[in-house]
Every structure is written in structure tokens, then in C-alpha cells.
Design a protein around this ligand. Structure first.
Ligand SMILES: CC(C)(COP(=O)(O)OP(=O)(O)OC[C@H]1O[C@@H](n2cnc3c(N)ncnc32)[C@H](O)[C@@H]1OP(=O)(O)O)[C@@H](O)C(=O)NCCC(=O)NCCS
Length: 171
């Protein structure tokens, strides 16, 4: 079945200023509560982070915004050590359930890859994803990420173990 893709007028892809940290906090905590299997961090790890910490983190996030409200997000960070300054990491990828399968993940990832490519020094993008998160794994493969390793039993949740895939895209 062909999916209904939201157009540019309906969804804006953009960073948000630090003073929108409460919107970011609420979306991030929602993602951790709704999708505990998708993220290494848990709700309890982040529920009590300070305003300063949210204001610091929001600087690395790109949001999908509908009617002025963030409904999806993707974080990217450029590594800073002399020997790994050529690597960018992507994490914290989430789209609210009711907005899924409408092309928002595609737009977030395209936007983030093009932002990363603006830095001439970056030659590799790295991420990790729980192997069972099929939509996320498919999304990354679609944009040229390859599985380069499997971290077995990397997450333990409610007594169950989950493997994590390490994926990379060479630029
Ligand atoms: C992964 C996620 C961000 C995708 O967002 P989305 O807005 O639904 O994605 P899109 O509609 O843009 O689809 C993009 C691609 O993702 C993949 N995809 C999305 N939904 C899928 C599904 N139900 N089954 C299989 N692949 C799927 C496809 O490759 C799709 O490509 P297409 O557009 O050619 O069909 C979303 O499913 C999500 O938030 N999942 C839970 C959190 C999570 O797993 N985060 C990743 C942590 S590393």
C-alpha cells in the first residue's frame, strides 16, 4: 500500500532554540517511556536531568515540527578527539507513533546526513540500533548504512536480552 507522505508545508525540519528545552524534554521522556526497547537510556536515567543539561543537549538535535510542536527528532554529534574527529554519531531517533510511516524519518535522516556532510572533515557516520527495531534498521539501510558488528545481549529489559547492531556509513 502506498503511504501518505506529509509535505513540507505540514512538517518543518529544524533545530529549536535552547528556550524550547521543555518541549524537547517532554518528547524525549515520551520516547523513553513508549519505546524502552529502542534506547539504551531509560526514563529514570533522564527524568531528573537539569534545565542546563536539556539546554546543552538540544543544540545537537534536529526536530520534525507540526503546528509548531516537535513530534520527531534526531540527534547528531561530531566527535572531538584528534584521532576521531572524522566521525559523526547519530542517536536519539524518534517519531511519535501517530506520525509514523509518513516520511518523517526519511526527512530527518536526509537533513542530518546533509548537515554532517557540510563538515569536510567528517568521513564516517556511526550509530547503533537494537536489532529488533526493524523500521529503524530499514531506515538506516535505505541511506547506505551497513551493519559492521553485533553487540550481543547489549540491553537487558524485564529479564530479556537484546542485541544491538553497530551500523556505519562511509561518506
Ligand atoms: C524508525 C522511525 C524513526 C521511522 O520513522 P518514520 O517517520 O515512520 O519513517 P518513514 O515513514 O520516513 O520511513 C522511512 C523508512 O523507514 C523504514 N520503515 C518505516 N516504517 C517501517 C516499518 N513499519 N517496517 C519496515 N520499515 C519501515 C523504511 O525503510 C522506510 O522507507 P520508505 O519510505 O521507502 O518506505 C520510527 O519508526 C520510530 O520512531 N521508531 C521507534 C524508535 C526507534 O526505533 N528509534 C531508533 C533508535 S536507534
Amino acid at each position: 500500500m502506498k503511504k501518505t507522505v506529509l509535505n513540507k508545508g505540514e512538517v518543518k525540519i529544524s533545530p529549536l532554540p535552547p528556550d524550547r528545552w521543555e518541549d524537547f524534554k517532554s518528547l524525549r521522556l515520551r520516547s523513553l517511556k513508549e519505546e524502552p526497547m529502542a534506547f539504551l537510556s531509560s526514563y529514570d536515567d533522564e527524568a531528573n536531568l537539569s534545565k542546563d543539561e536539556w539546554e546543552r543537549r538540544i543544540k545537537n538535535v534536529v526536530f520534525a515540527i507540526v503546528d509548531g510542536k516537535p513530534i520527531g527528532m534526531m540527534t547528531f554529534v561530531l566527535r572531538g578527539r584528534v584521532k576521531n574527529r572524522h566521525i559523526a554519531d547519530i542517536f536519539g531517533v524518534y517519531v511519535e507513533k501517530k506520525f509514523r510511516e509518513k516520511g518523517i524519518g526519511n526527512r530527518l535522516l536526509r537533513h542530518v546526513i546533509s548537515r554532517i556532510k557540510k563538515n569536510d572533515r567528517i568521513s564516517k557516520i556511526s550509530l547503533s540500533v537494537v536489532a529488533d527495531q526493524t523500521p529503524a534498521v530499514s531506515l538506516y539501510m535505505k541511506y547506505g548504512f551497513k551493519v559492521v558488528g553485533i553487540l550481543e545481549r547489549e540491553l537487558k529489559l524485564n529479564g530479556n536480552y537484546y542485541d544491538e547492531l553497530v551500523m556505519e556509513k562511509i561518506l
